[in-house]
Design a protein around this ligand. Structure first.
Ligand code: C5P
Length: 233
């Protein structure tokens, strides 16, 4: 089955530029990530338009609430027909289990993954909220909690992928942003990895935004990355 590894981040404020980009891409070659900005601006109508064009969607809303509310939000996402949805592992075991259970019976069950620690949180930010572990310790702890709770995987930095692959096994889905082809601008990312290195480190899927969305020819940029990682093109 066709299982493209690249998930393109549609970080746009409105439907028009997102649809314009989708027009220039092909659903056999990538999936699309819709996050809080775009979804808040456009709602589910945009998802329907993208799915009608054949694209599978990662709905990146990072739900984090009491177990019942999170579970119902995940169920609503499953009802929209998205391919992947996510929650915050910091919501705890009961919330993660409720989210997992809520979508277990869906006819088209989305993959359910968890955000462990936001990569914007450094050691001093954890201390500020009363967490004395290091970010690396928290990532591993929360990934294990997500796996124990029945989730399919986590969002993580490619720099954490090797350790999580070793600790969580082959079936665990690792979705990694912070990916930059060798010659690309870093934009505001600091700890980046190339697409091929990230896959070799154990990533399952690569979230890539600006290196593709801001390229003069987005389809060519995607084709170049797919070629680098040995995807059928
Ligand atoms: O344009 P760029 O490739 O940097 O986009 C990366 C995408 O991944 C953005 O949508 C960003 O919000 C998301 N992301 C990230 N780092 C995280 C979690 C999500 O860059 N730790």
């Amino acid at each position: 089955m066709n299982d493209p590894k690249i998930i393109i981040a549609l970080d746009y404020p409105a439907a028009a530029p997102a649809l314009a980009l989708a027009e220039r891409l092909q659903p056999e070659l990538c999936r699309l990530k819709v996050g809080k900005e775009l979804f808040t601006a456009t709602g589910p109508a945009l998802l329907e338009q993208l799915m009608r064009r054949g694209f599978e969607i990662f709905l990146d809303l990072k739900f984090h609430d009491i177990p019942n509310t999170t579970a119902q939000a995940c169920k609503a996402a499953a009802g929209l027909g998205v391919w992947m949805v996510n929650v915050h592992a910091l919501g705890g075991r009961k919330m993660l289990e409720a989210a997992h259970e809520a979508i277990a019976q869906s006819t088209q069950r989305p993959r359910l993954i968890a955000v462990t620690m936001l990569t914007s949180m450094a050691q001093e930010d954890l201390a500020d909220i009363g967490i004395n572990a290091t970010p690396a310790e928290m990532v591993l702890r929360l990934a294990r909690l997500a796996q124990d709770s029945g989730l399919d995987g986590v969002v993580c930095s490619a720099h954490e992928a090797a350790l999580l692959r070793e600790q969580c096994g082959d079936g665990f889905c690792l979705v990694t942003p912070g990916i930059r082809p060798a010659q690309a601008s870093l934009d505001d990312q600091s700890r980046v990895m190339t697409p091929l290195a990230a896959l070799q480190a154990g990533s399952s899927y690569l979230v890539i935004g600006r290196p593709i969305t801001r390229a003069a020819d987005p389809l060519q940029a995607l084709l170049d990355i797919n070629q680098e990682i040995g995807e059928p093109i």
